[in-house]
Design a protein around this ligand. Structure first.
Ligand SMILES: NC(=O)c1ccc[n+]([C@@H]2O[C@H](COP(=O)([O-])OP(=O)(O)OC[C@H]3O[C@@H](n4cnc5c(N)ncnc54)[C@H](OP(=O)(O)O)[C@@H]3O)[C@@H](O)[C@H]2O)c1
Length: 232
């Protein structure tokens, strides 16, 4: 599909991977890029149009779909990693992960389904993770929320086929953002995630495997559990 001349919306676009997505869309010639942010008053970035959007607020989601009805590329990027450890701690953070990562993605996708249809089909991109496919003992509920979001992505791919919407799942291991500030492992750059996603959009590809750990896990899925969980 074309990015040049399109109108795009990225959720959670004020920092991290979301900001990289928004800037990449602008750099690839999108005519307008809405930056979905929780505090539009404090957001300024050349070429991006701030749009108030807390993905867990149903009224804001509906208002955003009305205000930005010209969108043909939607990127669900907003996400949190706030859950407790596996064996102790309150569940509040885990519930928050499901609210933002899963229900937030669902709410925005649902609200924008008719908008994408009205604008020729377009694309719906969900920012997923290698954790969609492999459990993580440090972030068990985050991984579960990403598995749920992956399943949702596939359901939307089936449901939106008739209206011609390209549905893309983007999977990555560790990316260098605030979310992984406490993680001491190799990380790729947010701009790299964004650029590979632009390439997938241009080539109508439904899945982006951003880094080597992700490609390894994807391949290991068809093997046994031993291969999948080796070295973890
Ligand atoms: N970093 C990684 O290693 C990695 C790897 C794979 C996938 N991901 C996924 O990539 C996405 C972006 O992550 P990131 O690393 O860029 O994280 P980040 O730097 O922590 O940024 C998270 C973004 O999500 C926004 N957000 C959080 N809750 C929101 C809500 N209720 N409504 C709207 N926006 C909300 C934040 O807005 P505020 O500034 O207002 O809080 C911020 O813009 C997430 O879905 C994450 O799961 C990250």
């Amino acid at each position: 599909m074309d990015i040049k001349g399109s109108v795009a919306l990225v959720t959670g676009a004020n920092r991290g991977i979301g900001l990289a997505f928004a800037r990449a869309l602008h750099a690839h010639g999108a005519a307008k890029v809405y930056a979905g942010v929780r505090e539009p008053e404090t957001f300024r970035d050349p070429g991006l149009v701030p749009l108030r959007l807390d993905v867990t607020d149903e009224e804001q989601v509906a208002a955003a779909a009305r205000a930005a009805g010209d969108v043909s590329i939607l990127i669900n990027n907003a996400g949190v990693a706030s859950g407790p450890s596996l064996l102790e701690g309150p569940f509040d953070g885990a519930r928050r992960e499901m609210e933002v990562n899963f229900f937030g993605t669902w709410a925005v996708s649902r609200a924008y389904t008719p908008v994408l249809a009205a604008n020729g089909g377009g694309a719906l991109v969900n920012m997923l993770s290698v954790a969609s496919w492999v459990a993580n003992r440090r972030f068990p509920s985050y991984a579960a929320s990403k598995s749920a979001q992956w399943s949702l992505t596939n359901a939307f791919r089936l449901a939106l086929r008739e209206q011609g919407t390209l549905v893309v799942g983007v999977h990555a291991g560790y990316v260098d953002t605030d979310l992984t500030a406490d993680v001491d492992s190799p990380k790729i750059l947010a701009a790299d995630v964004a650029e590979q996603t632009m390439t997938a959009l241009l080539n109508d590809e439904p899945e982006v495997l951003v880094d080597e750990p992700t490609r390894h896990v994807r391949a290991a899925l068809s093997g046994g559990l031993e291969a999948l969980y080796a070295n973890r």
